[in-house]
Design a protein around this ligand. Sequence first.
Ligand SMILES: C[S@@+](CC[C@H](N)C(=O)[O-])C[C@H]1O[C@@H](n2cnc3c(N)ncnc32)[C@H](O)[C@@H]1O
Length: 265
Amino acid sequence: MHRFRDTTQGGSVRRTGRSQLSEGMRAQHDPLTAGLPWYGWLFDRILVHTPDVAAVLEVGAGAGLLWTYNYDRLPMAWWVWLTDTNPDVVTELRNAVDGAPQVTVAQGDLADLPLGDSAFDTVVANHLLEVLDDPMPALDEFDRVLRPGGSIVLAADGPTHLIELDRLLAGRVEGWRPLDVPRFHLGNGALVLAERFAGVRQERFADGFRLLDPDTVMMLLAAVCGRRLSVEHAAEIRAEVAAVIDRDGHFHLTTDTGLFVATAH
Ligand SMILES: C[S@@+](CC[C@H](N)C(=O)[O-])C[C@H]1O[C@@H](n2cnc3c(N)ncnc32)[C@H](O)[C@@H]1O
């Protein structure tokens, strides 16, 4: 029984406009665990890189899906601090973790974290650095609050993540930019991190998904671009996707996503 409330049905944000992608993938690709495969995988990796007795910080925690989804697996001797700058998201986060004794929630910008030096064993940032104009101040702050030898676990997408959706939308949604590559991404993050941390390593999530139903693709597209796709273009895309599924047995969706792990000096 989860003590966290389940916020996975509430349209919470994993990254801009794409939170429901995980829902669609869950429906078709993770029937055995009936859970969000990304959050399960990410938690596995955090477990590997964190001691059994540990203080763990997630910055930009959003609605706390990582923790609600994995609450039953939370080691007993972890103390978890979750923080986000957006007050609305933090309200959602507080509701989700209400009553969980190991978890503390704080609202605020990462530049103002009210946390001591070397206070944490692991710092997690799941799709945070790519939404920042400059990742360096964030990395400095992570370095400050990590104890020497502590780990950062930073998840990010690469430039080809879900590229097929971008291709379907290009030319059909006004102003759609197929390659909106942030300053920090899976392709360049190792170089950025090496300036601050030791032993930078990349770990990749699944290489892709096979979608079997054109309506799943349409649902994912709606999550990405909402009402910006006209009824006519939606019908056109659905027919195109259905033809691919008839021909190949599935519609392939590339996942270019994963994380960096590194160690504080
Ligand atoms: C793409 S969402 C990821 C949410 C969550 N980590 C997840 O994957 O489910 C990025 C989050 O970072 C938060 N954020 C953005 N800038 C921030 C800052 N300067 N300090 C703290 N949080 C920030 C946003 O409010 C948002 O909730």
